[in-house]
Structure formats: structure tokens, C-alpha cells
Design a protein around this ligand. Structure first.
Ligand SMILES: *[C@@H]1O[C@H](CO)[C@@H](O)[C@H](O)[C@H]1NC(C)=O
Ligand SMILES: *[C@@H]1O[C@H](CO)[C@@H](O)[C@H](O)[C@H]1NC(C)=O
Ligand SMILES: *[C@@H]1O[C@H](CO)[C@@H](O)[C@H](O)[C@H]1NC(C)=O
Ligand SMILES: *[C@@H]1O[C@H](CO)[C@@H](O)[C@H](O)[C@H]1NC(C)=O
Ligand SMILES: *[C@@H]1O[C@H](CO)[C@@H](O)[C@H](O)[C@H]1NC(C)=O
Ligand SMILES: *[C@@H]1O[C@H](CO)[C@@H](O)[C@H](O)[C@H]1NC(C)=O
Ligand SMILES: *[C@@H]1O[C@H](CO)[C@@H](O)[C@H](O)[C@H]1NC(C)=O
Ligand SMILES: *[C@@H]1O[C@H](CO)[C@@H](O)[C@H](O)[C@H]1NC(C)=O
Ligand SMILES: *[C@@H]1O[C@H](CO)[C@@H](O)[C@H](O)[C@H]1NC(C)=O
Length: 407
């Protein structure tokens, strides 16, 4: 028994270590966040640039309260002004008389503005409160932009110095950014396609995500049940950590200020903030159905723009999906992406009565090749917001009858 536990811990560690070393996601091999600086004009003491951040990850959003982008200036650059975003600190601008820069920090940290920002402080694609949808969910909401006027800087493409040590903070963390690299200047084509202009100079930074960096322990687990068998296979105990006297609460934390308890997770045996429950509802000759429920156990976090990825051989062709949006064939034909519908259930609310979202799926099956044998009806892998969820051991799956057609 003990050796079995040791062995599974070992395999788990191995898996985690592998994903850490490579930071490679087989389902989304090109997933990254690309930050591009387009210098649109040179000024007497620097330049004006439009910075765009594209989330090229298929199923990993940046949730509210949004991104914070930081870097270190190469020399003594300052930010004169910004549109569509702001530096969190002005820093020490005492050297300046008259015109005072927006920020004199050596390592500025930039945050997005909120959607209700006055129009004269906005630029296109700004002001989303730092929330970026994933590419698979909504490409038009997967980018953010702001404009920055930099002073005390180089004023030609030979004298300008690229900012260094970029950092991208997002709720949950996990991003590391590479160095800025000069690329071919971006071409801008007007909406009517009749005029093309070019950036004076362009550089880009690529940031990648590592689940291990975000959290060495998992953040999500899967439980299973089936119409035919009354028992529920729960998430494995301690899937995301073990419960102790101080790391969880039994009900909604109340109180303000100093009285607010530190723990924000509801106490469960699995201690995961997210549980995905897969319930097989029915099984007929040519189709079967599943109810998927995602439950939030965190009393202090709303998951905006959440995504769910499920790997199951029959998911290439779901004929009906209620409440969720559905995208089959994500990168392989057995993997589907699910996400909430705009202003209906695209925010998974904090723990409590509203802290769950669910969907009924109807799946076609080929009666000849597919029977609901033990385990077949359950997903192979599940990812919530791009993080792999812990599955129960196949030995504990609810038993399903081999014969199809009996409800
Ligand atoms: C970043 O993502 C883009 C878009 O998917 C892709 O073209 C590019 O190769 C990726 N870069 C890296 C270093 O992964
Ligand atoms: C950038 O980060 C590296 C490693 O963390 C550090 O050695 C270097 O001093 C930093 N550079 C600046 C300009 O802060
Ligand atoms: C710098 O500008 C010159 C002319 O303005 C151009 O020929 C050259 O390609 C530019 N270099 C870079 C790295 O953009
Ligand atoms: C409880 O668990 C948390 C992490 O889950 C740990 O940081 C903390 O030290 C533990 N407290 C006790 C009293 O064991
Ligand atoms: C989650 O969203 C609800 C409704 O918008 C809001 O009342 C609540 O304060 C939010 N919770 C957190 C932790 O932001
Ligand atoms: C998914 O892929 C399969 C085979 O690769 C194809 O038959 C099916 O039509 C695709 N489904 C959709 C909705 O594109
Ligand atoms: C997908 O489902 C449709 C509708 O039932 C069916 O006509 C089609 O043959 C199915 N395709 C595959 C690849 O299973
Ligand atoms: C899914 O793809 C695999 C290999 O890419 C192929 O062998 C299989 O037939 C496909 N399944 C469907 C239902 O198209
Ligand atoms: C339900 O599934 C459990 C777990 O596999 C099994 O122990 C039990 O015998 C099953 N019950 C029935 C009625 O099939």
C-alpha cells in the first residue's frame, strides 16, 4: 500500500517536473503571449510607441483583475504620457521642473484602464480591466493595447535602447518573458485597404506559461458519476493539497478588514479551488449524454473568461451542447474546448450558491465500434483554464454496464 502511494507520488512528481522543464503544452504547442512595441514616431527626446499584447494561447485567459506588465528601462528613460493604460507608480520625478512625467520609475509597472474610461484616454483595444480572453474563445477579445510616450530615450532606431527584463503578472501567475527582439517593422493598412504605413521600428517580447511555475500543486480535480450507479467517484483526497486547521473555511467568510479570515477556500477533501464533475446521464444505441458541472470553491475569486478542455475520443462531434460554447477538434480530433456564453455564464462566480456553471452534452456514437465499457464514457484528460486537473484512478470509476441502450 505504502509503496503504491510512493510510486504514484513519484509518477506525479515526474509528470510535473517534465511539464516544468519544457513548459510545453502538447494541446497548444504555439501558445504564448506576444507583446509588440511599434514605434510610431520619434520625438525630440524619445519616441511614441503602441504596445499590443496578444494572447495566442488557445484556452488560457488572463482573468480579472487583469495583467500587470513590467520592465526595466535600459538607461534613464521616463514615461511622459500614456493612453489606454497607466503606470501604477509615478516614482521620483523630482528632477523635473514644469512638465512632470507620468512615471519616472526605473522598473515601471503598467496596468490596463477600466472599461468606463473617458474616450479621450482610450485607444483601440484598450481598457478591458486587463482581462484577455483566450484565442480559442474569442480572438477579438484576446488582445490589449496601449500607447506610451517615452522621454530621455534614444531618438533613432540606432540609438534607442530596448527595455529589459519584461515581467507579466496575471492572477495565478506562471508567466516568464524572454528578451525583447527587434523584428521587421509592422505594416499598418487602413480599414479601406488604400494606404499602408509602417512602424518606425518594432520589437517584440514573448511570454510563456508554465503550470508548475504558477502553482507546484494542481488547482483542479475531476469527479465522476453515472446514471447506472448511485455511487459518485470523488476527486482523490488531497488532490490539490491537504486540509489543515488554517487553510480553509467551512462557510462563506464574513467580516471586513482585519476580521476577514485568511483562508478563502471552502474545506473539501480534495482542497482544489475548482472541481469538474462529469455525470453520464443516459446511454442509447446511437447517442449518449453527459452533464458537466464546474464548481468554484474559492470564496474570493471570480473566474472571468474561464475555459474547459476535455479529451475524450467521442468529443469530435457533440450534436448538442447546452449553455456552453463548444469548439471541437482543438488540436487533435478527440479534444474539445468549452467556454461560457457572454454575459450569461462566462464568469464562474466565487464559491456559494452561484459558484457553478454546467452544460448538457449529447454525443453521437457509432454503435458498432463504441460501447460504454468500463471507463469509456469518462474523459481522458481535463484542463481548466489550461491547467491539468487531477483525475480519479481508473480503478475507482463507477461501473458502467457493457450493454448499450438501457437507461
Ligand atoms: C507565439 O505564438 C505565435 C502565434 O501562435 C506563433 O506564431 C509563434 O511561433 C509563437 N512563438 C513561440 C516562441 O512560441
Ligand atoms: C535582468 O534580470 C537578470 C536576471 O534576473 C539580472 O541579472 C539583470 O541584472 C537584470 N537587468 C536589469 C537591467 O535589471
Ligand atoms: C533604421 O532606419 C533606417 C532608415 O530610417 C532603415 O533603413 C533601417 O532598416 C532601420 N533599422 C531598423 C533595425 O529598423
Ligand atoms: C496548512 O497548509 C498550508 C498549505 O496548504 C500551509 O502553508 C500551512 O503551514 C499549514 N498549516 C498548518 C497548521 O499545518
Ligand atoms: C464576483 O462577481 C460578483 C458579481 O459581479 C461580485 O459581486 C463579487 O464581489 C465578485 N467577487 C470577487 C471576489 O471579485
Ligand atoms: C472534427 O474532426 C473530424 C475528423 O478529424 C471531422 O470528421 C469532424 O467533422 C470535425 N468536426 C468539426 C465540427 O469540424
Ligand atoms: C457528426 O454528427 C452528425 C449529425 O449527427 C453526423 O451526420 C455526422 O456523420 C457525424 N460525423 C462524424 C465524423 O461522426
Ligand atoms: C482522429 O484522428 C486520428 C489520427 O489523427 C484518426 O486515426 C482517427 O480516425 C480520427 N477520428 C475521427 C473520428 O475522425
Ligand atoms: C458502482 O461502482 C462502484 C465503483 O466502481 C462499484 O464498487 C459498485 O459495485 C457499483 N455498483 C453497481 C450497482 O454497479
Amino acid at each position: 500500500m505504502e509503496s503504491k502511494i510512493l510510486w504514484s507520488t513519484y509518477t506525479f512528481m515526474l509528470l510535473v517536473l517534465c511539464s516544468c522543464a519544457a513548459a510545453y503544452d502538447a494541446l497548444d504547442p504555439n501558445g504564448n503571449i506576444t507583446i509588440k512595441w511599434d514605434v510610431i514616431s520619434w520625438t525630440p527626446d524619445g519616441y511614441v510607441a503602441v504596445v499590443t499584447m496578444n494572447n495566442f494561447q488557445m484556452y488560457r485567459p488572463i482573468m480579472s483583475p487583469g495583467w500587470t506588465l513590467g520592465w526595466t528601462w535600459a538607461k534613464y528613460e521616463v514615461i511622459w504620457a500614456m493612453m489606454g493604460a497607466q503606470a501604477t507608480n509615478q516614482g521620483d520625478c523630482s528632477m523635473f521642473k514644469g512638465n512632470i512625467p507620468h512615471s519616472c520609475e526605473k522598473k515601471p509597472e503598467i496596468v490596463d484602464l477600466l472599461p468606463n474610461t473617458p474616450y479621450n484616454q482610450q485607444i483601440a483595444n484598450c481598457c478591458k480591466g486587463g482581462v484577455l480572453a483566450s484565442m480559442g474563445k474569442d480572438p477579438s477579445a484576446a488582445l490589449s493595447a496601449f500607447q506610451i510616450a517615452v522621454g530621455s530615450a534614444g531618438t533613432t532606431n540606432r540609438t534607442v535602447q530596448l527595455p529589459k527584463n519584461f515581467t507579466l503578472l496575471a492572477p495565478g501567475g506562471g508567466y516568464t518573458c524572454g528578451p525583447a527582439k527587434i523584428i521587421r517593422p509592422t505594416l499598418f493598412i487602413t480599414a479601406d485597404g488604400r494606404r499602408t504605413t509602417s512602424a518606425m521600428m518594432t520589437w517584440r517580447v514573448i511570454c510563456t506559461y508554465s503550470q508548475f511555475l504558477a502553482s507546484p500543486s494542481p488547482t483542479c480535480c475531476v469527479s465522476l458519476s453515472s446514471f447506472h450507479n448511485g455511487s459518485i467517484t470523488p476527486c482523490p483526497s488531497c488532490s490539490c493539497g491537504c486540509r489543515n486547521s488554517s487553510n480553509c473555511v467551512m462557510k462563506t467568510p464574513s467580516g471586513k478588514g482585519v476580521n476577514v479570515p485568511k483562508a478563502v477556500l471552502r474545506c473539501t477533501k480534495h482542497m482544489c479551488p475548482i472541481n469538474v464533475h462529469w455525470h453520464v446521464q443516459s446511454n442509447f444505441k446511437n447517442h449518449w449524454s453527459v452533464k458537466v458541472t464546474i464548481t468554484n470553491f474559492n470564496y474570493r475569486f471570480n473566474y472571468t473568461q474561464w475555459t474547459l478542455v476535455v479529451q475524450h475520443p467521442n468529443l469530435n462531434n457533440a450534436t448538442q451542447v447546452s449553455s456552453f460554447s463548444y469548439m471541437p477538434n482543438l488540436s487533435t480530433n478527440d479534444t474539445a474546448l468549452f467556454y461560457g456564453r457572454r454575459s450569461y455564464n462566462d464568469v464562474l462566480m466565487q464559491a456559494g450558491a452561484k459558484g457553478n456553471v454546467h452544460s448538457d452534452l449529447t454525443l453521437e456514437k457509432d454503435g458498432k465500434t463504441i460501447a460504454l465499457k468500463k471507463g469509456w464514457a469518462f474523459p481522458r484528460r481535463v484542463y481548466f483554464n489550461g491547467n491539468l486537473c487531477v483525475m480519479p484512478s481508473p480503478k475507482s470509476y463507477p461501473y458502467l454496464p457493457n450493454s448499450a441502450g438501457n437507461k
